[in-house]
Write a protein that binds this ligand. Structure first.
Ligand code: KG4
Ligand code: ZN
Length: 341
């Protein structure tokens, strides 16, 4: 069993995993705190991680009724994420590894999101087979990436955002409409009420570029102009149509690049991860474009779409199987911009 820690952003999370099985997962969310500021405030995130980390670890160990020295390894997110937030988890992981003479495994947060679709409960369900090469679409508040997974722990980033992440754009659009953080779920609801119509035809970012990269800042600007042009009263009258049109434009660019990637790489399976992939409209669009060409996997439980340590523990298992342990525990450092490949 592996004890895994993730403090990359605004969730203090600790899990105990056994291969792909989640034995326990404890997530202390700071969402409400950051919501009052309209987004994640790094210094507050760090403070909350420091305050909660011991309690969260204690709770996870209590849930599994296993003494820490009977575990096989400690795993921790090295990056990407907020530097001062990552630091809290890494310091704690080093401390535990040293105090209990356990090996330490450093995990990339994004590979956690990839492996989240393959998580299992205590009874080993769901049973999903890995079929490589696998195309991973990762869409969250911090990232928008297309990754070819050639084998376990072997990645190639084939597309990523050149500016904002998709979730970040959704959050900003919701804010322009007067809503709080996180904006993704609010836009999804409004769009559903509008029947996912596209009234305003906002620009499809990077639609004509040949590469597999994404861009959302132009769309965001177009949206801002539209809301200003309409004025407060009209915006309030057309909230649903505005939300829906923005969501359609943002997802159209994600889907367009996914389609290109499928044609180019012909993967044997597709997996999705990150907070935005809980979105029902996005799932429908993904299903439409992948069709019967490959199985599509999503995280089997809702919380696994969001940041959690269980996915880090699962990715760590595949690192351990390859002997990828941290050689010099003292020297392990956070890497806020850590890349998958
Ligand atoms: O993966 P995540 O919890 O954190 C990061 O690593 O960024 O993702 C958070 C993002 C936010 O941008 C939030 O607005 C978005 O996921 N999100 C959604 C939905 N629920 C959360 N986006 C679209 N539809 C949703 N239902
Ligand atoms: Zn994440």
């Amino acid at each position: 069993m592996i004890l895994a820690i993730d403090t990359s952003c605004d969730e203090t999370s600790v899990a105990v995993t056994d291969k792909r099985r989640i034995i326990t997962s404890v997530v202390y969310s700071q969402m409400d705190m950051h919501a009052t500021w309209g987004g994640v405030v790094p210094s507050l995130a760090k403070k909350a991680h420091l305050e909660k980390i011991d309690k969260v670890i204690e709770k996870a160990l209590k849930n599994v009724r296993v003494a820490i020295h009977n575990l096989k390894a400690i795993a921790v997110t090295q990056g990407p994420g907020l530097a001062i937030a990552l630091e809290v988890g890494i310091a704690k992981a080093k401390e535990l590894a040293q105090a209990h003479s356990l090996p330490l495994i450093a995990v990339n947060h994004m590979e956690g999101h990839i492996y989240s679709s393959f998580a299992q409960n205590r009874n080993g369900r769901p049973q999903r087979e890995f079929a490589f090469p696998m195309l991973a679409l990762l869409v969250s508040g911090g990232h928008t990436q297309l990754v070819m997974v050639k084998d376990h722990i072997t990645y190639e980033i084939v597309g990523e955002t050149v500016d904002d992440a998709c979730g970040e754009a959704l959050d900003k659009a919701a804010r322009m409409l007067g809503f709080g953080y996180p904006g993704g779920p609010i836009l999804e609801k409004l769009a559903r009420e509008a029947g996912n119509t596209d009234v305003y035809h906002f620009p499809r970012p990077m639609a004509s570029s040949k590469d597999l990269n994404f861009s959302f800042s132009g769309l965001k600007t177009a949206f801002l102009h539209k809301t200003r042009q309409l004025g407060q009263e009209e915006v309030e009258k057309h909230l649903r149509e505005l939300a829906s049109s923005f969501q359609e434009a943002a997802f159209a660019s994600v889907i367009g690049k996914l389609k290109k990637a499928l044609e180019l790489y012909r993967p044997r399976s597709v997996c999705l991860g990150g907070g935005v992939v809980v979105n029902g409209r996005l799932r429908t669009l993904v299903k439409g474009v992948v069709g019967k060409t490959a199985p599509v996997y999503y995280p089997p439980y809702k919380y696994l779409n969001f940041d959690n340590a269980a996915m880090i523990g699962i990715a760590a298992h595949y690192h351990a199987a390859r002997g990828n342990f941290v050689k010099d525990i003292h020297a392990l450092e956070r890497v806020p911009r850590l890349s998958l490949a």
